[in-house]
Design a protein around this ligand. Structure first.
Ligand code: SAM
Ligand code: TMP
Ligand code: ZN
Length: 414
């Protein structure tokens, strides 16, 4: 595994995918580890890195030029438990049904980033041979306790070879919200090449670059997200290993994602949406460097607008809290400089985050039950990707005169 930063000199870096020379088009400034919720006594030792995105004109891959080491982010203290959202549970059940339709005889399904087993439980329940690969031991243990076969490991080419020796080749390699986390992505695809049966499929979904550019959802950019993929970048990446896109399906999850289905070249029919979406990316200017200069400007405008809004509300003596301490909110709070001057606390349903402070700007995280006991005048909806679920359970907040502040697709009070 190569987890070294791709630095060439102070301002030039090497593309993680094609090794071309890159220059970042902007900086978000000093950023902490997005899921490192911490206690007061840990403030002084908190880790920060300069978060700078770049776009590679050669392979069309949007990427961070530098990241913390994988072990700093994915370990026994990993704070993201997939099962906290019921909606995501249903989403992965549907995802699994699609994968089932591709399976051959005596199937074997491998998932990386299997977390607490939210996806693989759908295969385990059907007694389908499966293996989850999950380096964060706390979430992996939740899966194991549910009877889901899980190895506590980082996936890469070496591990793929071991899996083939122990279990044989896989009918399906699946992943959600993890392929974009891995800077040594070439070793992942080399691993897939070794692991996949000749007629196997790769199905994975990740936050989609097209949505981020279209809606200026810059909060999708944080330490874990080395990449924001597009159809063009995935086509290039897998094309290097004789594999091709056979389907593309936009998803509503995580504020706008894309599901990529891939097979060895010439083994499966290519759905016509592949070309349609490739063409729509050209029209959106996703491969044009000018798009990223405009994106930078849009981020700066959004930052000014959000901070102004919060300051005005505060000046009127009103209370503001945050709702859902998402990884994405770490980018918002740190890039905008939002501290307890503007937001009193963030309510969240994840026990491991409660009683801690958010990374970087150190806003206290409180149990979501306390929200109902002490409604603020305004609540910033950091968990906008879960808005349906949250609005449904927090109707009383609105009925009692509370107001939501949202910033996607635009900054507004609702
Ligand atoms: N798939 C789940 C979902 O969509 O809810 C979890 C996504 S979570 C954002 C990313 C997960 O990938 C974490 O549980 C992390 O520990 C895991 N991960 C990170 N690097 C990995 C690697 N190289 N191999 C396997 N899993 C990895
Ligand atoms: P995510 O956007 O990275 O999926 O993070 C979801 C966070 O939102 C997680 O910390 C749990 C929190 N959350 C709530 O506090 N209440 C809710 O109703 C939901 C769905 C999520
Ligand atoms: Zn490149």
């Amino acid at each position: 595994m190569n987890e070294n930063n791709s630095k060439i000199n102070a301002s030039l870096f090497q593309c993680w995918v094609c090794e071309s020379t890159l220059e970042p088009f902007m900086t978000f400034g000093r950023m902490p580890i997005a899921n490192n919720f911490l206690s007061e006594k840990e403030f002084n030792d908190e880790y920060f890195f300069e978060m700078e995105p770049a776009f590679c004109n050669q392979c069309n891959t949007f990427q961070l030029v530098r990241q913390p080491e994988p072990q700093q982010m994915f370990n026994e203290k990993y704070a993201f438990f997939s099962g906290t959202s019921q909606f995501m549970g249903k989403h992965f059940e549907k995802f699994s049904k699609q994968v089932l339709s591709y399976l051959d005889e005596d199937p074997f399904v491998v998932e990386i980033g299997s977390n607490d087993g939210i996806m693989l439980s759908n295969f385990a329940n059907k007694n389908i041979k499966h293996l989850g690969v999950e380096p964060s031991s706390n979430v992996a243990m939740v899966a194991k306790e549910k009877g889901i076969n899980t190895t506590i490991n980082f996936f890469d080419k070496d591990l793929a070879q071991k899996i083939v020796k122990g279990y044989g080749q896989a009918s399906a390699f699946i992943a959600a919200n993890v392929m974009c986390h891995i800077p040594y992505i070439k070793s992942i695809v080399e691993g897939i090449e070794v692991l996949l049966r000749p007629n196997g499929v790769v199905v994975f979904e990740e936050p989609y670059l097209g949505e981020v550019i279209d809606k200026t959802t810059y909060d999708q950019i944080y330490d874990e997200h080395t990449f924001l993929f597009s159809a063009h970048s995935v086509k290039y990446l897998f094309g290097q290993y004789d594999m091709e896109l056979i389907n593309l399906e936009p998803q509503a999850t995580h504020g706008g994602s894309m599901r990529y289905t891939i097979a060895r070249k010439g083994t499966r029919t290519i759905n016509k949406t592949v070309n349609t979406i490739l063409q729509s990316e050209e029209e959106l200017g996703l491969n044009d460097p000018k798009t990223y200069l405009q994106f930078k400007q849009n981020c700066e405008n959004d930052r000014i607008q959000l901070v102004n809004l919060l300051e005005q509300i505060r000046k009127k003596g009103k209370s503001i809290s945050g709702y859902a301490a998402t990884s994405k909110s770490t980018t918002i709070t740190n890039y905008c400089g939002i501290t307890t001057d503007l937001i009193d606390c963030i309510y969240d349903s994840t026990p491991i985050k409660q009683g801690q402070f958010n990374p970087g700007t150190h806003i206290p995280i409180r149990p979501h039950q306390e929200f109902k006991e002490n409604y603020p005048d305004y609540a910033v909806l950091f968990g906008y990707n879960h808005s349906k679920e949250i609005f449904a359970k927090e109707q009383d907040f609105i009925e009692q005169g509370g107001k939501w502040i949202v910033y996607v697709p635009q900054i507004e009070i609702i």
